[in-house]
Design a protein around this ligand. Structure first.
Ligand SMILES: [Fe+2]
Ligand SMILES: [Fe+2]
Length: 487
């Protein structure tokens, strides 16, 4: 295969192209590690050994087939031998990092004519480290410096001219990538606004609405092997609070749509979800991030996040009456349909419809994330806990609808198949009689060895009769990062 002869917009790469793209991602990933390390350590440090070897091996493998390797940025994207390298959430930081490093030096990318030696790669890094804070570097200067250091097999490339970037980069992005962008944007927004929040007046509602609207629009688009709910498989153990706010937002929108809510109501529900835990920002960080179990007083303090959020939002009612929905959700999402949750209210209230929805998706996301004081539940375990508590904490018809929406093996679950392979659920089956037969990405062979690229399979197809789901399994021991296969 000659990747450069494949059109850049190819949407269904062949298996050879998939292997090529996965090597290109590996090179990008290792470049990010190497550049970052070159700022922190002397190049003789042993931290370079492993990534240098990995980068060189990937380059060797690419060139065995392709002859040469050209990595370029164009717009917000990377292209490897003119094929767009699809952004994946697990590589997102590496992408952004390398992209910024190139932009900083006014470079378009690099060309590898043949496999560089480890020594050359190391010299290449020293040139990058030396130009770290140069204000007016370009490809010519970098190439000169590379030549001086005897690096002949790597050339810096100039930025690609504007007109080559395509008429509209945004429209060229496929749905999956736009979904990742949208998720990241909401996450950035919520992180930024919540960390700097001193008063409710600072909540940038217009921007929040725009961000949520983008997710609502995405949830209306069809996509093969993709569902918005799958985005909630993105978990962050370090940054739990912010990721959780966005995940609950994504899940609420996906669920609300399945419930038949109109677009404008979905946007409202999404906003309520986004701010449901904003009261946690009033909890001292040492309690919020405590590494041991909480004391009774600390639990009580945590429980107050419902009241804190309602208090913060209350003054905003005057500007926007819809704030009332957000207050009710913030106040009632742990209250329970029977009113026996928290906060304890003197006058019993009825949970609002949005609060009932968000209580369910909130619990689902919280349970399926590993946290300091709680083990991570497998998605099907979380579903059965929701079912057990339905009628007390959760509204029974809504719990049923949620299971129907997510499937008994929810999107993002890693499952064992009767044929012996492991797979990640990527799309639930909307047919209530076939909820046990979702679309999955088969990610290992029968020996449980990871495949180079996953294979999308619709388990409801007659030809897949020998592949049935046995149960959910913990992906970690098998080295499976489920989110990688979902988004
Ligand atoms: Fe909460
Ligand atoms: Fe929550």
């Amino acid at each position: 295969m000659t990747a450069s002869s494949t059109p850049a917009t190819a949407t269904t790469p062949t298996s050879e192209a998939r292997v090529f793209l996965s090597l290109a991602r590996e090179i990008l990933q290792q470049m990010a590690v190497l550049i970052r390390n070159s700022y922190l350590h002397d190049l003789t440090n042993e931290v370079f050994a492993d990534p240098l070897e990995k980068a060189q091996t990937a380059l060797k493998d690419v060139m065995a087939v392709e002859g040469s390797f050209r990595l370029e940025r164009s717009g917000q994207e990377f292209y490897a031998n003119s094929i767009r390298v699809r952004m994946e959430i697990r590589n997102l930081h590496a992408y952004k990092y390398v992209w910024n490093e190139l932009e900083k030096r006014n470079l378009g990318g690099f060309n590898f004519e043949s496999v560089p030696s480890v020594q050359e790669l190391s010299q290449f890094l020293s040139v990058l480290a030396e130009t770290r804070s140069a204000t007016e570097t370009d490809d010519k200067q970098i190439n000169l410096a590379l030549q001086e250091k005897g690096v002949t097999r790597i050339q810096a490339l100039p930025p690609r001219p504007e007109e080559e970037e395509g008429p509209d980069e945004q429209s060229a992005l496929d749905r999956r990538q736009r979904a990742i962008h949208a998720y990241e944007q909401v996450l950035d927004f919520i992180r930024e606004s919540m960390t700097n929040l001193d008063s409710p007046a600072q909540i940038n509602m217009r921007q929040a609405k725009r961000s949520v609207q983008r997710l609502v629009d995405l949830s209306y688009e069809e996509g093969e092997g993709f569902s918005l709910a799958g985005m909630a498989a993105i978990k962050s153990h370090d940054n739990y609070t912010f990721n959780h706010m966005v995940n609950v937002c994504v899940l609420a929108i996906a669920f609300g749509q399945r419930l038949g809510l109109k677009k404008q109501d979905l946007a409202q529900l999404g906003l309520c979800a986004l701010y449901h835990d904003m009261g946690k920002l009033h909890i001292p960080l040492d309690v919020l991030n405590k590494h041991t179990s909480l004391t009774e007083e600390e639990w009580a303090l945590m429980g107050n996040h419902t009241v804190y959020a309602a208090r913060t939002l209350f003054p905003l009612i005057e500007q926007d009456h819809a704030t009332l929905h957000r207050i009710l959700v913030a106040l009632q999402h742990h209250y329970g349909v029977d009113g026996n949750g928290y906060p304890k209210l003197r006058l019993k209230q009825q949970q609002s419809f949005y609060a009932k929805i968000i209580a369910i998706v909130d619990t689902f996301d919280a349970m399926t994330t590993r946290r300091i004081y709680q083990r991570q539940f497998l998605p099907d375990e979380a579903m059965s806990i929701l079912t057990k508590r339905s009628g007390k904490l959760y509204d029974p018809p809504l719990v049923k609808a949620f299971i129907n929406c997510m499937g008994i093996f929810p999107v993002g679950s890693t499952v064992a198949l009767t044929a012996g392979e492991l797979a990640v659920v990527v799309e639930s089956n909307p047919d209530p009689d076939r909820v046990h037969q979702p679309k999955v990405n088969v990610v290992t062979d029968v020996e449980k060895k990871l495949l180079m690229s996953a294979v999308l399979v619709d388990l409801s197809q007659p030809g897949e009769a020998n592949r049935a789901i046995i149960k959910c399994v913990d992906p970690e021991p098998f080295g499976i990062n489920s989110v990688h296969y979902v988004v």
